[in-house]
Each structure stands twice: as C-alpha cells, then as structure tokens.
Design a protein around this ligand. Structure first.
Ligand SMILES: [Zn+2]
Length: 243
C-alpha cells in the first residue's frame, strides 16, 4: 500500500501520471471520466466511493486546526502534460496537518473548478499537492474568481509551456502567491481527481478565493487546447464535510 502511494506521489511529481503505462485518458469521449475506471485495472479506484471532486455542502462544524504553511522555496520548473499546466517546486516547502508534515510536490490548475461549494462552480481551481514521508497525500485547493490578475501566475505563465514541454522557471514563483490571506478551510476525505484516482487523500479546500484575470484563465485554457479539465463532481456518500 505504501509503495503504491509512493509510486503515485512520484508520478505526481513527474507530472506525467499517464506516461509510460500507455493508458491515455481524457476529459471527454471514450477515454473521458465516465470510463476511467474501465480503461485499465490500474484505474479501478476511479469507481470508488470516496472520490473527488465533490459538491461541498451539508457542513459539519468542527474545530479544524489551522494549516501550518511553511512555504519558503517555490517553483523549479513548469510543464504542460496536456491535462494541466503544473509547477514542480524545489524540496522543502511543507504544511503540517494532523501533526504530520507533508511536503509540497507541485501545484496545478483546473478550469472551471472541480470542487463546488454549495453548488457553486468557480472559474478556476488550484491544487497544491503534498505528500508525507509514507506517500500519503494532502491537497490544498484554492478557488479562483475572475478579477485582478494574479502576479505569481503572471510570472509563471510568462513561460507558458506547450503540450509535452517542461521549462526551468527563470523567475521566483512562490506558492504563497496563490494563497488567500485567510486560510480557513473545509475538509473531507477524497481522491486524486485524475487517474489512477487513488483514495485516502486529505482534501483541504480554502474558503477564501483568490483572483485571476480573464486573460490569465483564457491563457491557461489555450495552453491545454481550449478543453475544460474538470472531472465532474462525485457522490459524497457517507463522508462528512467539515468546516
Ligand atoms: Zn488537480
């Protein structure tokens, strides 16, 4: 189990979760989300009962501990894997959740948002993907509304890679640049939102959105061939959503 989790974490780090295994997936048609679980046994978890994204609603009040952010290093390279545009970060940026340290591996985006809040979709959603030393995953999700341009995104996307391209970042991109000032969050148990849809992921969805300009959102979409890259929401089933 741990080995699987570590393998997933490594493929997340590389950004080519589908490369090498020959099981192409997509966001529409025969290889789209409805069929992910059938594409290969490795994607069987996509039919699981604790999948992401979800419509966050019916919240249960809980004393959620603040997430301890220790982001000091930032982006190393930017890549476009055809599914998203992703920034891989230098080692050493961490969060502490449940007394466990999770290291930031990468962050990437979805247009429109994957998770909904009270049924509301957002123009874009950022995912900051972390793994602990055993390969357990924690994702911090940041909703993005249309408004003022985001400076960190502007610097990163000045080097927008084409599909299949990975570029060394030439300016400092701190993940702090895509965090809102208020880090209150919702929490639920979910999965990766892309194959292999591995479950057991701690989802921490920040309540306060950040902004990006319409031009920035359009620039992202153009980079992934103008297709939306949001998996539809999945059944919540028995899971509590904490606030
Ligand atoms: Zn994501």
């Amino acid at each position: 189990m741990k080995k699987t989790a570590i393998a997933v974490a490594m493929s997340l780090l590389s950004g080519f979760a589908h490369a090498g295994d020959g099981h192409a997936w997509s966001y529409s048609g025969e290889t789209g989300p409805e069929n992910w679980a059938q594409l290969t046994p490795e994607y069987g978890a996509c039919a699981g009962s604790n999948q992401s994204p979800i419509d966050l609603t019916g919240f249960i009040d809980a004393e959620l501990e603040p997430i301890d952010f220790h982001y000091e290093n930032g982006g190393a390279e930017i890549l476009n894997n055809g599914h998203t545009v992703q920034i891989n970060v230098h080692p050493g940026d961490t969060i502490t959740v449940d007394g466990i340290e999770f290291e930031l591996k990468q962050f990437h985006f979805h247009v429109p948002s994957e998770n909904l809040i009270h049924g509301e979709s957002f123009p874009m959603e950022g995912h900051l993907v972390h793994a602990d030393e055993d390969g357990n995953l924690a994702v911090v999700a940041v909703m993005v509304t249309e408004g003022e341009a985001n400076e960190a995104l502007a610097r990163a996307w000045a080097q927008m890679p084409e599909e299949g391209e990975t570029l060394a970042l030439t300016s400092d991109i701190s993940p702090l640049g895509i965090l809102p000032a208020d880090r209150d969050y919702y929490r639920f148990n979910g999965s990766l939102t892309t194959p292999p849809c591995t479950e057991g992921v701690r989802w921490l969805v920040l309540k306060q959105p950040i902004t990006a300009s319409q031009e920035q959102i359009d620039q992202f979409l153009a980079a992934i061939d103008d297709h939306h890259n949001n998996r539809p929401v999945q059944p919540v089933n028995a899971r509590p959503v904490l606030q």
